[in-house]
Structure formats: C-alpha cells, structure tokens
Design a protein around this ligand. Structure first.
Ligand code: KIV
Length: 275
C-alpha cells in the first residue's frame, strides 16, 4: 500500500511504528521499497555520504532535485521525502514555497523536510498552504553546525528541553505531518512524542519516538569517515563490497575473468578471413 503523509498520521493513532531510511539513487530506492520501508528520505546527508563534503552545507537545489528524481523512480510504495538544502528556505517564505515546489514538480517528492524551530514556522505554513506536506526537523540540525559548534546532543538542560517541546508544538501547529528529532535525550523525545499528535521520527532519540530513521550507508557500514553513537550496523556491506572488488581485481589480473560464459560468440570462419 502506498504510504502518504495521511497514512503517517494514521500510523501514530494506531500505535504503529514508522520506518524511514535515506536513499539517493534509483537502485537503492528500489531495494528499500521492496523491503517495505514506510518512507525514503532523500536527505541532504547526500552531501557527505554521496558527494564527500565534510558537512551538508554545500548541497544545492540542483543536487537535491537530481537525486530525488532518481529515488522517486524507484519508490512505488514508500513515501518520498526530500530535504530542503541549506539556504533554499531560510532566506524567505517565498523562497521556501518556490523551492519546495521545485522538489515536488521536478524531483517528484511527495513531501519536503526543513530544519529549524519557531523561526521557520511561517515557512512551513506557507508550504503546507501550497498543498505540499512538510516534515519538520529539530534537535541537532546539521545545517546549523556552525552555530552549534559541532555535532552535539541537544535539549539537555531544562531551558533547552522546554524549547524543543515548544518547537515541536509550533511545528505541529504550523501544519507539519511529522517531525524528525535528532540527537535528543531518549526521555525527552518520548515526552515530546506523547505530547504532540503528529509522528516523531527519531535518529539518536531513543525508542520512545513514533518511528526511526537512519542513513543507509551508516546502517550498512559503507561510510567510514564517521560513526555516530546512535548508529546500529545491520550488516558490513562495506567489507563485502571491498572483498568483491578485490576478487574482481585479482581475477582480471590473472585472466580468470571474463570466462567463456561471459563472452559473445562469432563464426570462426569470419575471424580467419581477417588479417
Ligand atoms: O539528511 C539526512 O539524512 C537527515 C537524516 C539524518 C534525518 O536529515
């Protein structure tokens, strides 16, 4: 069954946990979709895990549209959510609507995700008024890395915990259909999840959220630059890939590959006539 922003809200009402993973290309999106994940996030994490930047700040609208369109072609049932990249919405409400529209129109996203709290609620309202479902994102918001001074757990003191709850409520009030909580203490994320009616999707926010999201290269051990504490590695695909690449290199070097079954035939007489 096709997942939508509406089925997300219904899942919370029924107490069903939601699953979300990132993808940035057609083949991976197809594998995720066939596995039955509720949602595929085309995260701006693509800047780091696909493009090799040290943070997400350099990702452009063109990058996001290009990768979202590839994912959308591979996702039949999963809800495709595209991240709005740094400076595609912070600049004005107008820019936010125009760029959200481009992700839907050109990238075929079914929803967009924006980082930030009270300061972007007007942007969320305007995008929702344009009939584009919005997922919020609070806690550790990587686009604010320079303001935070690093990748740090958010909401640890009373004032910060209260602020996060206020932000979650404001995002719900602005019309978002869900909100990502990143790097938030588990008990705080659970409390926020209980106090708002839209689903919370946690990453480094404990088991009390209504759903979970991970970057797929992290959970498959394919990205070796950095391993956050909250990541569980479900398989070591990085090592499996390296073993396969090494076998290929060795077989090509020794002449084992390609074998006859990988080659095309031609009448020997034709070859004999060539000189
Ligand atoms: O960009 C991304 O992949 C994200 C997730 C980590 C939530 O925003």
């Amino acid at each position: 069954m096709k997942n939508t922003s509406v089925t997300f809200k219904e899942a919370k009402a029924k107490g069903e946990k939601l699953t979300m993973l990132t993808a940035y290309d057609y083949s991976t999106a197809k594998l995720l979709d066939e596995s039955g994940v509720n949602s595929i996030l085309v995260g701006d994490s693509l800047g780091m895990v696909m493009l090799g930047y040290e943070d997400t700040l350099s990702v452009t609208m063109d990058d996001m549209i290009h990768h979202t369109a590839a994912v959308a072609r591979g996702a039949k049932n999963a809800l495709v959510i595209a991240d709005m990249p740094f400076m595609s919405y912070q600049t004005s409400v107008y820019d936010a609507v125009v760029n959200a529209g481009r992700l839907v129109k050109e990238g075929r996203a079914q929803a967009v995700k924006l980082e930030g709290g009270l300061e972007i609620c007007d942007h969320i309202k305007a995008i929702v008024n344009a009939s584009i479902p919005v997922c919020g994102h609070i806690g550790l918001t990587p686009q604010s890395i320079n303001a935070f001074g690093g990748f740090k757990v958010q909401g640890k003191c009373e004032a910060a915990a209260k602020r996060l709850l206020d932000e979650a409520r404001a995002i719900e009030e602005a019309g978002a259909f869900s909100v990502v909580l990143e790097c938030v203490p588990a008990a705080l994320a659970k409390k926020i999840s209980e106090l708002i009616s839209i689903p919370t999707i946690g990453i480094g926010a404990g088991a009390g959220c209504d759903g979970q999201v991970l970057v797929y290269q992290d959970m498959l051990a394919m990205y070796s630059d950095f391993k956050p504490k909250f990541v569980k590695q479900y398989a070591n695909v990085g090592d499996i890939m390296k073993d396969a690449f090494k076998s290929y290199i060795s077989e090509v070097s020794s002449g084992v590959f390609p074998a006859e079954e990988h080659s095309f035939k031609i009448d020997e007489e034709i070859i004999k006539k060539l000189y």
